[in-house]
Design a protein around this ligand. Structure first.
Ligand code: HQG
Length: 185
């Protein structure tokens, strides 16, 4: 296969995110409780919707997607999204101890509200955090002028809050009360 161009990868990745995180019914595909769908069925049904896709292309997307959004099972007979679902999915995430600080990138215009109520999960299943400042900055920049909040993750954990780390190194937790958030001055 020729390498796919970045535009094509982005467009198919976006559609795959829609199908695998939010609306499998878009292509009428069945999904199990853990969020897996059949790879063959996915390819067939994507093509039926006019989205040209074969196994090689799918392998390329899983491998090269900039945020490692998708995972195959061992023999590649099934595929799922790693996180970000709005569907209720049994992730089987294991709670782990976080580093002392984790970061959350947001936009300056949200700060006033966050200072009142803390961080909440909005339309997702968790608040998303990262250990990497550059990632936090680019995540925040999607919504406006970015600002990075430092989260006292270890202190939260010591007080009984659970943290999960996905295969692609996204840290997740239910909500972050304001006392655990350090706002930049
Ligand atoms: C903000 C992308 C006001 C929150 C990224 C964020 C990430 C509040 C926005 C992943 C608030 C929600 C997740 C409050 C939270 N008042 N605003 N009380 N609490 N917010 O996109 O964390 O491309 O749902 O700060 O890489 O930005 O999907 O969450 O700005 O990992 O693979 O509400 O999405 O990955 O925005 O991003 P989002 P997020 P994917």
């Amino acid at each position: 296969m020729e390498t796919m161009n970045p535009k094509q990868v982005k467009s198919i990745s976006k559609f795959l995110s829609l199908v695998l995180r939010h609306k499998p019914e878009t292509i009428n595909i069945s999904m199990d409780a853990q969020g897996w769908v059949s790879t063959d069925e996915l390819i067939k049904k994507m093509n039926a919707k006019g989205k040209t896709l074969n196994l090689e292309m799918l392998e390329y997307i899983v491998e090269n997607n900039n945020k490692k959004r998708f995972t195959f099972n061992e023999n590649k007979s099934r595929i799922k999204a790693n996180q970000g679902h709005s569907l209720t999915i049994d992730h089987g995430f294991k709670a782990v101890e976080p580093p002392e600080f984790l970061y959350h990138g947001t936009a300056i215009r949200f700060i006033e509200s966050i200072q009142k109520t803390g961080l909440d999960k909005r339309n997702r299943h968790h608040v998303h955090l990262t250990s990497d400042l550059a990632t936090a900055k680019s995540v925040g920049g999607r919504y406006g002028k970015p600002v990075i909040l430092s989260i006292k993750a270890k202190v939260m954990h010591a007080q009984g809050f659970e943290f999960y780390c996905t295969e692609n190194q996204v840290w997740l937790t239910e909500a972050i009360p304001v006392q655990f958030i350090e706002f930049p001055t």
